[in-house]
Design a protein around this ligand. Structure first.
Ligand SMILES: [Ca+2]
Length: 372
């Protein structure tokens, strides 16, 4: 399974089991070498998960296996082979070489093996470094996963009003034959807004089973939503929004060909804030707008913008209320012109007798003289 024996070869095998260690690093490399033997290095790293729900994720941090052949063409040496179990057999699913850092790798089950094959020479440093981990979350690091055997993640408004979702093993290839659900739960008057920053799902239009495509499905329900089609291919600026507080995103992959998946920013937005910000008849999309639009006609304000608008409108409303109940308004309620004031003085004066009137007049004149 691992190629024919080689003369002058230095072969070592290492085994990792999840019951011993759940993560760590490997770094097979050799620097400039002055000796003549051995001429070939082979390192095998075999990973076995104790639980069938476990998968192995490999994330590279350095990679130096320059190829003497054409770019992207690997030879027999200076390569890294990736083995998965396929129908019970160890099968090479990928051969890596070159100077470009490979994307992460996620196994199809609880077993994976790396085989590093390299030749010594006096001029080049060759090898790679990588972190490995046994995971049950499919490499999806956000959301609540209630069952480790299911690729299902829940996002609650009361846990976070916005955040990121990503496909399994992003930015590496997503696994085959999986179905991953992303469920969103907002407050009663919320809707869910999802903005994709990356979208690469292997497939061709119309992205259905007949075209052997992997798909991303959107739905306002647990069941299929006729409002949304199936999505595949490479897309830019894909923005989707729910009708109500609940939304579902589902990635389904088949048994052939892979893409590198998706990454998206989700946000729970309030329909109240949206209607306040947009106002009646503003011409911008309303709450019940059909869910998928391109960036050019984005019918939404960002969470931050909504917040700003709401805050501004609240402040304006508060100031207006204060004005109506303030001292200036009360003055107007008593008297608004000189005639009114004259009438008030006349009424007050007529209620006084002669001596009282004389005393008030004298006091008023003395006060006026003191003021001027
Ligand atoms: Ca596929």
């Amino acid at each position: 399974m691992c190629g024919k024996p080689l003369d002058n070869s230095d072969v070592r095998n290492e085994t990792f089991k999840s019951s011993w260690t759940r993560n760590g690093s490997i770094a097979p490399s050799h620097s400039k070498h002055s000796g003549l033997f051995p001429s070939v290095v082979i390192r095998r790293y075999e990973f076995t998960g104790e639980d069938t729900a476990e998968r192995i994720q490999i994330v590279f941090s350095e990679f130096r296996l320059p190829s003497k052949l054409e770019p992207n063409e690997c030879g027999e040496m200076d390569i890294l082979l990736i083995y998965f179990k396929v129908d019970g057999r160890d099968e090479v699913v990928e051969t890596l070489c070159g100077d470009t850092l490979p994307k992460p790798i996620l196994s199809n089950g609880p077993w994976l093996m790396l085989e590093f094959r390299s030749t010594y020479n006096n001029t080049e440093n060759k090898g790679f470094t990588a972190d490995f981990s046994f995971v049950t979350n499919y490499g999806v690091t956000t959301g609540y996963q209630p069952n480790k055997t299911d690729c299902t993640f829940h996002y609650f408004k009361n846990a976070s009003s916005q955040g990121w979702i990503q496909s399994p093993n992003f930015p590496g290839a997503y696994p085959r034959n999986i179905r991953c659900n992303y469920f969103f739960y907002g407050d009663p008057l919320d809707y869910v807004l999802i903005r994709f920053t990356y979208f690469d799902i292997e497939g061709i239009l119309p992205c259905d089973e007949n075209s052997a495509s992997d798909t991303v499905e959107f739905s306002n329900f647990l069941t299929r939503d006729r409002k949304f089609g199936l999505y595949c291919g490479a897309r830019r600026d894909l923005i989707v929004r729910s009708d109500g507080r609940f939304f579902r995103v589902t990635l389904a992959t088949n048994d052939r060909l892979d893409g590198t998946g998706f990454r998206a920013l989700y946000a729970f937005e309030s329909t109240i804030a949206a209607s306040m910000a947009q106002g009646p008849g503003s011409g911008v999309g309303g709450v019940g707008l059909v869910g998928v639009v391109g960036a050019a006609g984005v019918p939404y304000l960002s969470h931050h913008q909504y917040h700003q608008v709401v805050t501004t409108e609240r402040s304006a409303a508060t100031l207006s209320k204060m004005g109506k109940s303030g001292a200036g308004s009360r003055r107007k309620e008593i008297c608004s012109n000189a005639a009114c004031w004259f009438w008030l003085v006349f009424v007050a004066a007529s209620a006084l007798n002669r001596s009282q009137l004389a005393m008030v007049t004298t006091t008023a004149m003395a006060t006026w003289l003191l003021i001027i």
